[in-house]
Design a protein around this ligand. Structure first.
Ligand code: ATP
Ligand code: MG
Length: 602
């Protein structure tokens, strides 16, 4: 169904091959994001090189000032060299600042564009993924992708990355400058590189591990928070607060501990670097001093060598700090790229022929279905429903009724077999055509922010106000809507305007009515209505269903009265199938069910 083998979600025990795949996937995403900004990227790179070169020129100029400019001024009264050198020092300092300003400006604009693009991609991809994905991937996890992961990436792009690049360049230039003014001073630095590389490798490995762990824990925090708050009614009804609080506290603890371990790694790396730095500077100073006493080395050059050696360690510490944001950002990038790598399980055909349903004949040929391999929900069966027929689908909870509805509306594809409408395989019909012809109305009648009219217009985007009112009158929703504070313009999400579950269902009926599909499936769509409203709907339904293929799933058998045909389903198998009147007269499952239901009413 999905390709989430290496999603980088809750696991930490990746094989090296999987790690490689994850890295390649993240890198591919990064490349595709940076590619449109190549020109700006190139210019920023040139600016950072120029700015770093100008910064590194400082100590050399100081050395010349002391060794060349100062003697000329003191001994010969010639101030030209020292003044020239000071002017050059000023000029490089100012141009370094200018280049840096341009670089910062461009790189920040670029990173914000990249983040915006990534946000849009995640949202669009979330929409594109099939229902299968949304029933599996919790909303908390999607929220984590769109919030904390993007934020972490943003931190890296808008600050960390520039510092990382500038730092590395600074290191390289400083080393070159040091060796060019005094190769001997380069020796202690070269020797110092051995422990520097050693601790840096250790740091890189440990911090990657700890960062990944802390990202996973922070995502778990968000997931539980979202789930707890989404289900707050159930939490309160069943007094689950203490249990939830405790398990949340455990997760906070895990996160705290992971973060502590991360900082601990820094706590070792940072001081180790400082110690190596101090030692190296002392050695350079000591040997340089001996050579100055011998007269083989100039004081200014010694000062420059010491400055360069000291400066060399400055960016390493910074690099270590930015490595922090780099690590969490690459962990975030791994997750985002894993998410963007999810494939929709229901795939739209490539070049579909246009489709317009005429008869509305449904056929399910040798269809079987399972949500996960090995546990079949619907064993192989064949079923045809003639166009215009109204079929009632009944059966106990968990029988597979909603599953069948999801298959016919192609929210899932059958595991085997073919489902066709008007003789055309559903998998060959464009989504837009299919959604126009087949509408599934479920018990969960979701209302979006906006007015009642906007919510009804979801069924037909160009519906006029008159059409909307006609639809509302047809399903018996007009009266309750006009009683609302602003009638059809009432904002459904405003405090005090909240409407009841039954009213929501009426609104979703209006949507279906106005959409005017060829095939209409009602899955428990009348469950929240009171008996009078349901009766009202039933007369409207009869009107609505005329000439349409309809499947009505309902536990309340009153709905069944308007059906031409009844299907009784049990454990995924259709155990009874026949005209409503015949089944009622018989002694089968449906007759028994119906009698029991009638008795329960009196
Ligand atoms: N998204 C899913 N993933 C895995 N299994 C599922 C999923 N949805 C349903 N099932 C399983 O498929 C079986 C049929 O479920 P289905 O929702 O189709 O039943 P139903 O007949 O509609 O029941 P009800 O009358 O309670 O709505 C059940 O055993 C259920 O556990
Ligand atoms: Mg169901």
């Amino acid at each position: 169904m999905s390709t989430t083998g290496v999603a980088g979600e809750d696991r930490q025990d990746f094989t090296s091959r999987e790690n490689e795949q994850i890295r390649a996937r993240s890198l591919g995403l990064l490349q595709s994001l940076v590619k449109p900004h190549r020109a700006r990227f190139g210019w920023s790179a040139i600016m950072v090189v120029l700015s770093t070169a100008a910064q590194v020129a400082g100590p050399i100029l100081i050395a010349w000032g002391i060794d060349v400019g100062l003697p000329a001024a003191v001994d010969n009264g010639n101030f030209v060299p020292i003044m020239t050198i000071v002017a050059a020092f000023l000029a490089t300092g100012i141009s370094a600042a200018g280049f840096l300003a341009l670089y910062t400006r461009w790189s920040i604009a670029m990173s914000q564009d990249i983040l915006g693009e990534l946000r849009r991609r995640i949202f669009a991809h979330t929409q594109r993924l099939s229902l299968e994905f949304h029933e599996r991937y919790t909303s908390g996890r999607i929220i984590a992708r769109q919030t904390s992961d993007i934020d972490t990436l943003g931190e890296l792009l808008s600050g960390g990355l520039s510092n990382l690049v500038a730092g590395l360049l600074f290191l390289a230039f400083t080393a070159i400058a040091l060796v060019s003014i005094d190769p001997i001073s380069g020796i202690p630095l070269a020797i110092a590189m051995i422990p520097i590389v050693g601790v840096t490798l250790w740091f890189s490995n440990s911090s990657r591990r700890e960062f990944r762990a802390s990202r996973i824990y922070s995502t778990r925090l968000i997931i539980q928070f979202v789930e707890s708050m989404t289900g707050i009614r159930a939490v309160k009804s069943f007094r689950r607060e203490p249990v939830d609080r405790e398990s949340y506290a455990d997760k906070v603890e895990d996160y705290r501990e992971a973060t502590r371990r991360t900082i601990h790694v820094f706590g070792i790396y940072d001081p180790a670097l400082k110690a190596i730095g101090t030692l190296t500077v002392s050695v350079v100073l000591l040997f340089g001093a001996f050579r100055v006493i011998d007269g083989t080395f100039e004081v200014g050059a010694l000062l420059a060598a010491v400055l360069y050696t000291r400066r060399f360690f400055g960016p390493i510490e910074n690099l270590a700090m930015f490595y922090n944001s780099f690590q969490s950002a690459s962990a975030a990038l791994e997750k985002i790229s894993g998410f963007l790598d999810e494939k929709p399980s229901v795939i739209e055909p490539l070049n579909p022929e246009p489709f317009n349903a005429t008869s509305g004949d449904l056929a399910l040929h040798n269809v079987s279905f399972s949500y996960s391999a090995g546990t079949p929900v619907l064993p192989t069966f064949t079923l045809t429903i003639d166009g215009g027929q109204t079929v009632a689908l009944v059966g106990p909870t968990g029988a597979g009724k909603s599953t069948l509805a999801k298959l016919i509306s192609r929210f899932y594809d059958p595991t085997t077999g073919v489902i066709s409408l008007d003789g055309r395989d559903l998998t060959t019909i464009a989504d837009a055509d299919l959604r126009r012809e087949v509408t599934l109305v479920t018990q969960e009648a979701y209302l979006f922010s906006g007015s009642i009219a906007d919510n009804i217009r979801l069924g037909k985007s160009d519906a006029t106000d008159a059409e909307i009112e006609a639809a509302a009158r047809a399903v018996g929703a007009h009266d309750f809507i006009t009683a609302l504070p602003d009638g059809y313009d009432t904002d459904v999400n405003k405090r005090g305007n909240r409407i009841s579950a039954g009213q929501r269902q009426l609104v979703s009926f209006c949507r279906a009515f106005i959409a005017n599909p060829r095939v209409l499936i009602l899955d428990e769509a009348t469950a929240s209505l009171d008996i009078p409203s349901e009766r009202l709907i039933q007369s409207a339904l009869q009107k609505l269903l005329q000439g349409r293929t309809a499947i009505i799933i309902a536990h309340r058998l009153s709905t069944v009265a308007i059906a031409d045909r009844v299907l009784v389903m049990d454990h995924g198998v259709i155990v009874e199938d026949g005209p409503t009147a015949d089944l009622l007269k018989g002694t089968g499952r449906f007759a028994t069910l119906h009698r029991a239901w009638r008795d329960s009413l009196v």
